[in-house]
Design a protein around this ligand. Structure first.
Ligand code: HEM
Length: 217
């Protein structure tokens, strides 16, 4: 029985860790850097929190299957929507896990994949996190829709929404360089991050390299 509580606890901790990891990603790491928290430290924090989240998700899944109280097979851990227990809500967790695995593997292979491919896959972090939220709310039933479990989950949602609003405001308030300006892109605005990063896959200027490192966390 302790495994059931361990599973639920680990699930909730995973969600919190994924939330903080996502927030660091949303910040673009470089833009959130300060003297006290330089970019490399934030990038490392982003990566290590992601790896810690994987460890907790592993514990969550392992204890859920080993508990045996409900019908979850090992195959259900990776193949969604076929479980004997809450197939839909469990399936959402499985898809989140599959996406998380893809995010980790592609990040480890980023140098071989190229920035563009890596970044496309990395955008699924939003889907991964969202699916995990809905999975937790749906599968936990009355337990996760009342009290502090709900408070933690809604707190995570509020933080990510606030992070996205902040990001959009930065994009929309970014200054535009005059036409013909030499350094139109990389060092000036966060609004250009997306296009600069995409372009950087085919160029090698030092400025581009510094943009690239923003997404390496
Ligand atoms: C990124 C992946 C995942 C995350 C972040 C995650 C997170 C969560 C959260 C937050 C809860 C609610 C905890 C609570 O209400 O106390 C939960 C419940 C649960 N999850 Fe996951 N989960 C993930 C993937 C999976 C997978 C792949 C499985 C199984 C194959 C699974 C099985 C369960 C079970 C059995 C419960 C508890 C159901 C209940 O209380 O009735 N989860 N998960």
């Amino acid at each position: 029985m302790w495994t059931w509580y361990a599973s639920r606890g680990a699930g909730l901790v995973s969600l919190v860790l994924l939330t903080v990891t996502l927030l660091l990603g949303i910040s673009g790491v470089g833009r959130a850097a300060t003297d006290r928290w330089p970019r490399f430290a934030l990038a490392r924090l982003h990566r290590n929190l992601a790896l810690l989240a994987v460890a907790f998700v592993g514990t969550h899944v392992l204890t859920a299957v080993l508990d045996g109280y409900v019908d979850i097979a090992w195959l259900d851990v990776v193949v969604p929507f076929g479980a004997g227990y809450e197939p839909f809500w469990l399936g959402l967790g499985t898809v989140a896990l599959d996406l998380l695995a893809a995010l980790i593997v592609t990040s480890l292979l980023r140098a071989r994949l190229g920035l563009r491919t890596w970044r496309l896959v990395h955008l699924t972090a939003y889907a991964c996190w969202s699916l995990a939220v809905v999975h937790g709310l749906g599968i936990g039933g009355a337990d996760s829709t009342t009290g502090w479990v709900l408070a933690v989950t809604l707190g995570c949602v509020a933080l990510v929404v606030a992070g996205l609003v902040w990001r959009v405001r930065i994009w929309t308030s970014a200054p535009t360089s005059p036409p013909g300006s030499a350094s139109t892109s990389a060092t000036t605005t966060s609004a250009t991050t997306t296009s600069a990063t995409t372009t950087s896959a085919t160029t090698t200027s030092p400025t581009t390299t510094s943009m690239t490192t923003r997404w390496t966390a």
